[in-house]
Design a protein around this ligand. Sequence first.
Ligand code: ADP
Length: 294
Amino acid sequence: MKRKITVIGSVNMDLVTLADRTPKAGETILGKAFHTIPGGKGANQAVAAARLGAEATFIGCVGDDDFGRLMTQRLQDEGINIDYVKPVTHVSTGIAAITISEGDNRIIVVPGANSHVTAEYVQKHEEVIAASDAIVLQLEIPVDGVKKAMELARKHRVKIILNPAPFQVLSKEMLLLADYLTPNEHEQAELLAAGNWTEAEREEILQKCIVTRGAAGASIYQNGEKLIPGYPVEAVDTTGAGDTFNGALAFSLSGNADLEEACRFANAAGALSVTKLGAQGGMPTSEEVAEFLQ
Ligand code: ADP
């Protein structure tokens, strides 16, 4: 049986510039190359899940423009159900301006049509959410849209994975709606620093956390912190590693893997993804992950 994963989130065109170094404020330098690469955390996570073999559905909005049409087509080409991707007029498709230099990436996101994925829009798709094995969310769409999706998933007992990225302060009520929270190390630090948690609440949030730690792997907190080690690879571009991890985690958990097993699978998928340029470029199939793990 196919695993039904619904991603409610962002579509962005990644405008990627490669340079030898990062320019200082006010400085202009010559870059080495420029690429337009389909991205957005939501779209990336849907592609990650679909490549692995999930029956993936995407709920989101694009602008009524070339980037929007191109990316909707791309999602469809990946086998993702695009029936709930809405083109919105008078607004641009979301973009992410990414600079890669000195082995690091710097990113500015302009949400555009992604800001139309509101609670009202999400509510229209209750049946789609109800029919899913798991939903996957990030924070590149309005928080009320994210919260509505979580409430609907809760109502229908659908697994909820919330990737709290890019970081923003969320209510305790909202964090507790999630079954799994998948911050990276920076986001986890911000998450725990932001709330006025009691020790018990902090523990409750931690129990839901799967913290991604780059090449080191990911930590889980069921019985104290446990690091599930990552896999050494030659990293070419780490953009989208977290997205691959999230899509893979959703895929594995929907197949009833336990959390440790799901993290190992997601670490392997994440490692493979950094070996190629572009957020979606290196996202592996299940066969590729199986081969890598042999
Ligand atoms: P984000 O992209 O959200 O900052 P991370 O950098 O923590 O997230 O990466 C997510 C996951 O991808 C990691 O937990 C790990 O499994 C994998 N990963 C990331 N970078 C590397 C790397 N250099 N080598 C191997 N695996 C990596």
